[in-house]
Design a protein around this ligand. Structure first.
Ligand code: XCC
Length: 659
C-alpha cells in the first residue's frame, strides 16, 4: 500500500495535483497543516461545563477534572455524545422520510407514490398495521403515523426491536438497553452526560448502547424501509464511478449529502424532455446528474446514477471546473466547498432549513411541490452552463470503473432461490462448509489523515482473497466502486476459490454494495436472516461476521459501530481511537462487552493488523459454532485461478495500476 500518497485513487491524485498548481487548499492539505488536538483526539478533554475545559491527558485513570469527573467518565461521556449525535443524524433523516410517506398517504405529495407495495405491506406487518380492505395510501398513512410515534412514544419499546433474534432481544432486556423511543434515547444521553449526572463509566456506556440501538433498529432501519417503500427496493444496477464522470458537453449537476427524496425528483427532472430542450437551448447536450457521498449511494442503487465518489471527493469534483451546480442536503458537506465554488462558476444550492451555507443559493425543498422545485434547481444549473470557463476544465483522464450495485436484503434472499424458494440456505451452507470463511461489513468514511481509500481497498482485496464475503455501504462502497471491485469480473479474479465458487453459482460479485450509511440496517436484517435460517446458532452474536470502518471520521460511524456491537457483531475501527486515554474504556469495550453482548469494539490503525484481527475473530466464531475449520484452498484449484488470469490478462485494477 502506498501510504505516502494522499489518495490511492488515480483520478483524485490528478485533481490533487491541479489543486497544488492552482494553490487551492483542500481537506488533504488542511489535515496536514492542522494536526489533531492530542487531548481531544484521545477523548481526554472535558468541556461539558464552563469550569473547564479540563484536560486529563497523560494522567492515570483516577485523574480528575474540576468537578471530580475521572478519565474513564470523561472519555465515556465524550463517546456517548458522539453516539447520540450520530443517532440523531440518521434518525432525523428518517423523520423527514416518515413525513414524506405521510404526505404521500394523504395524497398531499403528488409527485411521489408508493413504489414498493410489497415492502409497504411487509413493514405494516412489523408495525402491527392491518392492511386488510385498505388502499395502498391508507396503509401508507397508517404506517407513517406509526413510524412517527417511534420518535416520541412515552411507553413501551421500539417496534423494530422485535425484528432482532429472540436471543438478542433477551440480552437487551437483561442489560436494560432495549431502546424505547428514538428522541428519548438521544435526549436522555445528552442529559446523562451533562455536568453532574451519570458518574459511572459502564452505566454511561450502557446508555450509549441503547442510544445506538435506537439508530440501528430505529432511525436507520426506518430510513431504509421508507426509502424502499417510496423509491423502490434496490436490485442490481450497472453504472460508473470516478471523478471523471463529468461530461464536458453536458450540464453537470451534483447531488451531495444523504437524503434521497429531493434527489429522486432531480432524477426525474434531469430526464424531463422540456428540461433537455432547455439545456440544448443553452448549448449543452443535456443534463448529467451525478451523485456524491450517500445521496449518491441512494440514487446509484435505485437508478444506476453515476457517482463521483465519497466524502473526500467533494472539493476535488469542483476542481474539474465542470460542475454547474452542487445541490446539498444534510451531513458530510464540507463548509469549505462554499469558498472553493466561488473560485469557479459553480453554484452551491442548499435545500433544507437545517443546513444553510454562506453565499449559497437557498432553494428550500418541500415534498408537496417536489418536482417543480427540482426543475427550478436543474434550470438554475442549466442557466449557469454558459458561465463555465472552457480553459479551466480539467479531466483526470482515468477511465471510470464499471459498477454493479444494489444488493438489498430482499435481493440477496431472491438471488438464493428466486421468487419461489428465496432463502438464506445456500449462503449458510457455504459458510458451514467453509467455502465462505465469514462475512465482513466494510463501511464508513474517508478521513484525510489516511491515504484516501487505501485501507478500504486493501481490506476488500485481502478479505475476498481469504474467502470472506464483503458487504459494503457508504464511502467504503464508493472506494470499491472507483477501484473497480464491484463487478463480478474484476473481483472474481481476486476472490479465494471457495468464495468464487459460491459467487459463480449464485451469480454475484464477492463484494456487495448494499447502499448508503443508513442502509447498514440492511446488514442487521441480513445477519438476522442468517441467524434465523439455522445451522449458525440462533443469534447475530456468534456469527462468523465482523464490521470494519477503517477510515472513519464521523460521529455517525461511531453510532453505527456501537449498534453493531450491541447487536452482536464485533467491530474494528481504524483512524485512531477516541477513547484511547482510558484503559478502563478499552477493557470494557474489548473484553467486558464480549461477556455481555458477545462482541467487542476495537480500534486498530495498522491495516495488516485490522485484517489479522478480523480473520481471527471470524475463525474463533467458526470454532465456537463447531463448524468446519476454514482451510485456504480447500475448494477450487489453482488451475481455475490460472485459467482466469490467462483469460483476463492481469490482476490489475481497471486503472492499470496496482493500488
Ligand atoms: Fe459521511 Fe455517508 Fe462517513 Fe461517507 S461514510 S463520510 S458519514 S457519507 Ni457514512
Amino acid at each position: 500500500m502506498k501510504e505516502n500518497l494522499k489518495s490511492v485513487d488515480p483520478a483524485a491524485q490528478v485533481l490533487l495535483k491541479v489543486a497544488g498548481q492552482k494553490h487551492i487548499a483542500t481537506a488533504f492539505e488542511r489535515a496536514e497543516k492542522l494536526k489533531p488536538c492530542p487531548i481531544g483526539h484521545q477523548g481526554a478533554c472535558c468541556k461539558m461545563c464552563h469550569m473547564g475545559p479540563c484536560r486529563l491527558v497523560g494522567k492515570e485513570e483516577e485523574a480528575e477534572g474540576v468537578c471530580g469527573a475521572t478519565l474513564p467518565v470523561v472519555t465515556a461521556r465524550n463517546f456517548a455524545r458522539m453516539v447520540a449525535a450520530g443517532t440523531a443524524a440518521h434518525s432525523d433523516h428518517a423523520r423527514d422520510l416518515a413525513n414524506t410517506l405521510l404526505a404521500v398517504g394523504r395524497g398531499e405529495a403528488k409527485d411521489f407514490q408508493v413504489k414498493d407495495v410489497r415492502k409497504l405491506n411487509r413493514v405494516a406487518g412489523y408495525l402491527g398495521v392491518n392492511v386488510e380492505g385498505k388502499t395502498v395510501n391508507q396503509v401508507a398513512e397508517e404506517v407513517a403515523l406509526r413510524f412517527l410515534e417511534q420518535f416520541g412514544q412515552q411507553k413501551g419499546e421500539l417496534a423494530y426491536n422485535a425484528r432482532a433474534p429472540k436471543k438478542r432481544q433477551e440480552i437487551w432486556k437483561k442489560l436494560g438497553i432495549a431502546p424505547r423511543a428514538i428522541d428519548r434515547e438521544c435526549v436522555e444521553m445528552l442529559h446523562r452526560t451533562t455536568m453532574g449526572v451519570d458518574q459511572e463509566m459502564e452505566n454511561i456506556m450502557k446508555g450509549a448502547l441503547r442510544a445506538a440501538l435506537a439508530d440501528g433498529w430505529g432511525g436507520s432501519m426506518m430510513g431504509t424501509d421508507i426509502s424502499d417503500i417510496l423509491f423502490g427496493t434496490p436490485k442490481p444496477v450497472r453504472t460508473k464511478a470516478s471523478l471523471d464522470v463529468f461530461l464536458e458537453d453536458h450540464v453537470n449537476l451534483v447531488v451531495h449529502g444523504h437524503e434521497p427524496s429531493f434527489a429522486e425528483m432531480l432524477v426525474v427532472a434531469s430526464e424531463d424532455k422540456e428540461i433537455e430542450a432547455y439545456a440544448k437551448s443553452k448549448g449543452a447536450k443535456g443534463v448529467k446528474l451525478i451523485g456524491m457521498c450517500c445521496t449518491a449511494n441512494e440514487i446509484l442503487v435505485r437508478h444506476g446514477i453515476a457517482t463521483a465518489g465519497g466524502f473526500l471527493q467533494q472539493e476535488l469534483g469542483l476542481l474539474t471546473g465542470m460542475v454547474e451546480a452542487m445541490v446539498v442536503d444534510v451531513q458530510c458537506i464540507m463548509p469549505a466547498i462554499g469558498e472553493l465554488a466561488k473560485k469557479y462558476h459553480t453554484k452551491i444550492v442548499t435545500t433544507t432549513p437545517k443546513g444553510k451555507m454562506k453565499d449559497a443559493v437557498h432553494i428550500e425543498y418541500d415534498e408537496h411541490h417536489a418536482l417543480d422545485l427540482a426543475k427550478k434547481v436543474v434550470r438554475l444549473a442549466i442557466d449557469n452552463f454558459p458561465n463555465r470557463k472552457k480553459e479551466g476544465v480539467v479531466h483526470a483522464n482515468i477511465k471510470p470503473a464499471d459498477v454493479i450495485a444494489g444488493f438489498s436484503h430482499e435481493y440477496i434472499e431472491y438471488m438464493q432461490g428466486g421468487e419461489y424458494r428465496g432463502s438464506f440456505r445456500p449462503l449458510n451452507d457455504a459458510i458451514i462448509a467453509g467455502r465462505i470463511r465469514g462475512v465482513v461489513g466494510l463501511a464508513g468514511c474517508n478521513n484525510p489523515r489516511i491515504s484516501q481509500d487505501s485501507m478500504h481497498n486493501f481490506l476488500t482485496r485481502e478479505l475476498i482473497k481469504n474467502d470472506v464475503l464483503v458487504v459494503q455501504t457508504g464511502c467504503s462502497a464508493m472506494a470499491s466502486a472507483k477501484a473497480g471491485y464491484l463487478t463480478p469480473e474484476m473481483a472474481m479474479e481476486q476472490a479465494g476459490p471457495g468464495l468464487r465458487q459460491v459467487c459463480e453459482a449464485i451469480g454475484i460479485p464477492p463484494t456487495l454494495h448494499m447502499g448508503s450509511c443508513v442502509d447498514n440496517s440492511r446488514i442487521l436484517t441480513v445477519a438476522t436472516a442468517i441467524a434465523m435460517e439455522g445451522g449458525l446458532g440462533d443469534d447475530i452474536g456468534g456469527l462468523p461476521a465482523v464490521g470494519i470502518a477503517p477510515e472513519w471520521m464521523s460521529e455517525k460511524a461511531i453510532a453505527i459501530g456501537t449498534y453493531f456491537v450491541a447487536s452482536g457483531v464485533p467491530i474494528i475501527f481504524g483512524a485512531g481511537s477516541p477513547v484511547s486515554a482510558s484503559k478502563s474504556m478499552k477493557e470494557l469495550m474489548e473484553k467486558k462487552w464480549w461477556e455481555q453482548l458477545n462482541a467487542g469494539f476495537y480500534f486498530e490503525e495498522d491495516p495488516g493488523k485490522v485484517l489479522e484481527l478480523a480473520l481471527k475473530l471470524i475463525d474463533a466464531a467458526r470454532e465456537k459454532l463447531k463448524i468446519r475449520k476454514y482451510e485456504p484452498g480447500a475448494f477450487g484449484t489453482e488451475r481455475v485461478l490460472l485459467d482466469m488470469k490467462a483469460r483476463r490478462g492481469s490482476f490489475a485494477t481497471p486503472h492499470g495500476v496496482d493500488v
